[in-house]
Design a protein around this ligand. Sequence first.
Ligand code: NAG
Ligand code: NAG
Ligand code: NAG
Ligand code: NAG
Ligand code: NAG
Ligand code: NAG
Ligand code: NAG
Ligand code: NAG
Ligand code: NAG
Ligand code: NAG
Length: 331
Amino acid sequence: MQSTMGLSTTVLVMAFLLSDAASMKRQAYFNKTGDLPCEFTNSENISLTDLVVFWQHEKKMVLYELFKGQENPQNINAIYKNRTSLDQDNLTLRLHNVQIKDKGLYQCFIHHLKESQGMIPIHQKDIDLSVLANFSQPEIMLISNRTENSNINMTCSSVQGYPKPKKMYFLLKTINSTYKYDADMKIIQDDDTSLYNVSISLSFLVFPETNTSIFCVLQPESTQLELLSQPYNIDAKPPQPPLPAPDNVFLTALLVLLIGCAIVVLFTTLTKRKKKKPGPSHECEVIRAEGEESEQANERVENRTPERSNEAQCVVNVSKTDPGDKSAAHF
Ligand SMILES: *[C@@H]1O[C@H](CO)[C@@H](O)[C@H](O)[C@H]1NC(C)=O
Ligand SMILES: *[C@@H]1O[C@H](CO)[C@@H](O)[C@H](O)[C@H]1NC(C)=O
Ligand SMILES: *[C@@H]1O[C@H](CO)[C@@H](O)[C@H](O)[C@H]1NC(C)=O
Ligand SMILES: *[C@@H]1O[C@H](CO)[C@@H](O)[C@H](O)[C@H]1NC(C)=O
Ligand SMILES: *[C@@H]1O[C@H](CO)[C@@H](O)[C@H](O)[C@H]1NC(C)=O
Ligand SMILES: *[C@@H]1O[C@H](CO)[C@@H](O)[C@H](O)[C@H]1NC(C)=O
Ligand SMILES: *[C@@H]1O[C@H](CO)[C@@H](O)[C@H](O)[C@H]1NC(C)=O
Ligand SMILES: *[C@@H]1O[C@H](CO)[C@@H](O)[C@H](O)[C@H]1NC(C)=O
Ligand SMILES: *[C@@H]1O[C@H](CO)[C@@H](O)[C@H](O)[C@H]1NC(C)=O
Ligand SMILES: *[C@@H]1O[C@H](CO)[C@@H](O)[C@H](O)[C@H]1NC(C)=O
């Protein structure tokens, strides 16, 4: 008699377990609260005082136990102490301050306490909990700035997300084009939290003639939407003036060279003029004869031999830049 009843209960329990075999998927955010519902429909209206309800993680660690309607703090694994609260109406356990290592299989078991038969399992629910952390908005940082015809280097990083993201890349947008730069993600995982920090680096030449906006895009693995950084804008270089302000050594040297050339032109002009007819004042004469003399200078350039090409270039420049010539005359 006893053995037959035992067998029938076993069959009943098997049926329960099979019907609930598919585990329920749940998500929780890192450092937030996750719900672990038992989904027990109390069709026989059994009182809580006749039930034993408990949750366990990965088939070994007990999170919570409700014994005859009272919380039983024994056997609770230390990592779940003070982190749970039970909603007794629908038997949903809430797990607070969720960590990455909290992911995995949870099981809720309900046993009916019967004086004659002891604890009879009447319900089981499997919950597969995944834990997510939203990555931060990607941030672009300049590593090395653009200098004369050198690359610009930048990195983009996004922190404290989970799980590993799918992809991270740069987008370069100009007025009529978009370029995509894929890059290898550097992924580091925090030892304590298990969260990921990711970054990519890029080295490229900017188009000096167009405005460029650089974006960094992160494609997370799961539910989080694609993330876009703030744009990093590189303005087009303004059109070069004929004589830019000498703000570095190179330009200063160029200016000195130009002035030197101007003086040479001035000198040859003066000596030539003196041969033709003596003028009253040097300065007046130069300004008056300017246009005419420039043309002569040009002709001379064409007749020059190749080894003097350096000076020739100077002369051409000077003859093209009127204001430079005038100011040089005042020196
Ligand atoms: C967890 O959340 C608390 C506030 O609720 C915050 O102070 C703490 O910095 C967070 N921890 C992490 C690792 O994000
Ligand atoms: C359980 O009940 C609480 C409120 O009493 C509710 O917030 C929660 O969503 C319920 N959980 C489920 C799984 O129905
Ligand atoms: C369940 O039992 C309680 C008393 O234990 C009673 O008040 C309630 O009406 C019952 N509900 C149903 C649906 O039978
Ligand atoms: C839980 O909270 C109680 C009182 O609030 C405290 O005495 C106990 O140390 C806490 N346990 C853990 C593991 O934090
Ligand atoms: C990079 O260079 C540009 C000019 O080319 C300048 O406006 C900008 O401030 C520089 N940025 C940094 C971070 O040095
Ligand atoms: C952009 O398009 C304009 C015409 O719409 C063209 O003149 C210009 O060269 C283009 N710039 C680049 C960088 O392709
Ligand atoms: C990830 O980034 C955060 C925020 O910048 C930082 O506090 C943390 O130390 C980084 N983790 C690792 C493993 O570098
Ligand atoms: C910029 O990136 C290039 C290519 O990765 C590298 O060779 C160069 O050393 C980098 N420059 C700086 C200043 O980091
Ligand atoms: C670049 O953007 C600036 C404003 O940031 C604008 O004044 C300028 O006209 C733009 N230049 C070009 C070439 O589009
Ligand atoms: C994470 O991002 C999603 C959208 O991508 C948002 O719906 C959700 O509320 C965010 N969660 C947290 C905890 O910030």
